[in-house]
Design a binder for this molecule. Structure first.
Ligand code: ADP
Length: 600
């Protein structure tokens, strides 16, 4: 998982403003006309709010004191107009801002996902699903919340406050001063809350990510969870995460809510002061009661926007934690990208050469100066104990990682110097853990060549001995594979994967043989499909079967990240080295005692 302590936005006390600035610059720019219109509506809300306070003066003076009957109608009609306009403007502003907000969330989520897919495997080795899920979800929605808070507060609330302040100052400048005395203590008190809210918001995010992770592990590993009866342990892990989210949410709410009693008390103090002085001046000094009422109405109406403004800093910081997480992810640069001026790979016959290749996953070495050649159009088998480096060799050839030193070349071109897309186009992979996506079988096969026609897809399926079983399924080629391919048997999944590779028709084939045994009929079909696929292609195969190594042109025995022995089956077996021991361990049960390698 990413180390939260390293996240820039939380260490930099002034990061708030930088993040907000970036957010606005990157996202608000595209929506300027919409914001312009929303701003007009917000100005209307502000003006009508101020007018509703202003009109109180006439209500009191003309209706109640002067008892002017005509004015009753005029004022009532005006009030109706004011509130109708205010209602319509509020509606317009809410709808426009919500639309813009949703479009910002959508485009941020697209950007995050695109960035994710650009990353190489080093990133995914470290990443956790829960962490990523929370970032793409909460990150984007927090970004929207921040923008909305700023737009509404700066637009509607500040404009409204200005309108109301004008009313207040115009009606009674001295009283206005009284109302302002509460501002400084409110600001100081709120700023104390901000830091603590941030801390808890961060902890809440980490625990939310944990919930998704535990959920994922439990669903993916449900067979193991049930077989070993560890439901309780998973539940406890989940409980810890859920409890923590609950605890943090409570803390955050308690802190945020503290702004309420604070503002109520201070607000009450200000209102009391105003009533005291205002009442005194009306009663004792014979001042205009209408002006006083207009003033007090403006003051009371100013209370809500002022409260929101006071809380802005706290709420903003709460949401900025999510935005920080999102930017963390967006800002991680993919480590493995095309070199400047990279050309497309040009395959003439498809000879693959590994030369002195050294590679480690972080600190743990995987290949220690591996050299081997896979001849064009031939089958090269890789054998070796688990952990010898066979899969790593494939991963490096696919450029999921780059070697620490040494070179890998295809027909004389260093694969680092060619474009990653062209390299992968020339490779077809059939691995033992065939992953099918939960889309139709037709689309799963079409992943081999996205622009393939339905007849090409069917031909590939026929060549892979998959057509017949597909036709027997109720929905045929439209059958959904299920998440990970659960609707099919192991052998069927493998044949779909072979069909995919057939369709790709790449000159170089990487084959990771399944270790688990299939039933005899399935096995025979898979083998036949593979033989067809391997014909005339440069094939590198991680071999677990005696039949495969027997048919291979060359066998390389890998041991601790290096080639220990090379040759054909008979030669290697005669050497009485690692290969012979592997054969005796691995292959004897498969082909029965009669057909043991020793009998060759
Ligand atoms: P094989 O395919 O021959 O079983 P691998 O190429 O998978 O061997 O593994 C070679 C070494 O690299 C092993 O020590 C293994 O533990 C390590 N390794 C493989 N994949 C990773 C990974 N994603 N992260 C860290 N270490 C890995």
């Amino acid at each position: 998982m990413f180390n939260p302590a390293k996240w820039q936005v939380w260490q930099d006390p002034d990061g708030t403003y930088q993040v907000v600035r970036r957010l606005i610059l990157e996202n608000a720019r595209d929506h300027l006309p919409g914001y312009g219109l929303a701003f007009v509506f917000m100005a209307l809300v502000a003006v009508t709010t101020a007018a509703s306070a202003w009109i109180m003066k006439d209500v009191i003076n003309e209706v109640f004191i002067n008892r002017d009957a005509v004015m009753v109608y005029t004022i009532a009609a005006t009030v109706m107009v004011i509130f109708t306009v205010k209602g319509a403007a509020t509606y317009g502003q809410i709808v426009i801002l919500a639309r813009i907000g949703h479009s910002i969330v959508a485009s941020l989520q697209r950007r995050i996902f695109r960035r994710l897919t650009e990353h190489d495997l080093t990133f995914f080795d470290k990443a956790e699903l829960g962490d990523l899920a929370v970032r793409i979800n909460k990150g984007a929605t927090s970004a929207n919340a921040v923008i909305e808070m700023i737009v509404i507060t700066l637009g509607r609330d500040i404009l409204t406050l200005i309108g109301l302040l004008i009313v207040m100052v115009a009606q009674d400048p001295v009283l206005s001063l009284f109302a302002f005395v509460i501002m400084p203590p409110a600001v100081i008190a709120v700023s104390f809350l901000v830091k603590r809210v941030r801390k808890h918001a961060r902890m809440q995010f980490v625990s939310s990510a944990q919930i998704v992770s535990v959920l994922q592990e439990t669903t993916l590993g449900i067979r193991i969870v049930k077989a070993f009866g560890v439901e309780g342990a998973m539940q406890r892990r989940m409980d810890v995460a859920i409890d923590d989210v609950q605890k943090q949410s409570n803390k955050i709410m308690a802190l945020t809510a503290r702004t309420s009693p604070l503002m109520e008390t201070l607000g009450g103090f200000a209102v009391a002061l105003v009533i005291f002085y205002g009442g005194y001046s009306v009663i004792e000094l014979d001042k205009d009661p209408g002006a006083f009422f207009a003033f007090i109405t403006a003051l009371l109406l100013a209370y809500e926007p002022a409260k929101r403004l006071a809380r802005l800093h706290v709420n903003l910081n709460k949401a900025l934690v999510g935005v920080g997480m999102m930017y963390e992810l967006l800002d991680t640069k993919p480590a493995l990208v095309n070199q400047a001026g990279a050309k497309d790979l040009d395959v003439s016959d498809g000879t693959v050469v590994f030369k002195d290749v050294v590679f480690a996953y972080g600190d743990s070495p995987a290949l220690g100066g591996l050299t081997l050649t896979a001849e064009a159009g031939k089958t090269t088998a890789l054998v070796g104990a688990s952990g010898a480096g066979k899969s790593t060799l494939f991963a490096l050839l696919e450029r999921f990682y780059d070697p620490t030193s040494g070179t890998i070349s295809i027909d004389g071109q260093d694969i680092r110097t060619v474009t990653i897309e062209s390299l992968r186009q020339h490779l077809a992979v059939v691995s033992q853990d065939t992953y099918l996506f939960n889309i139709s079988l037709q689309d799963n096969i079409a992943l081999g060549r996205p622009n393939a026609s339905p007849s090409d897809i069917e031909q590939a399926a026929r060549d892979a001995y998959a057509h017949d079983f597909i036709m027997e399924l109720p929905d045929g080629y439209d059958t959904l594979a299920g998440e990970g391919g659960t609707n099919l048997s192991g052998g069927q999944r493998q044949r779909i994967a072979i069909a995919r590779a057939m369709l790709r028709n790449a000159p170089i084939l990487l084959l990771d043989e399944a270790t688990s045994a299939l039933d005899a009929e399935s096995e025979a079909k898979v083998q036949a499909a593979l033989r067809r696929l391997m014909a005339r292609r440069t094939t590198l195969v991680i071999a677990h079967r005696l039949s495969t190594v027997r048919h291979a042109d060359v066998i390389h025995v890998l041991d601790r990240g290096q080639v220990a022995e090379s040759g054909n089956h008979a030669d290697l077996f005669a050497q009485d080295g690692i290969y012979r021991r592997l054969c005796e361990l691995q292959f004897q049960s498969e082909d029965g005692t009669k057909d043991r390698p020793a009998a060759e």
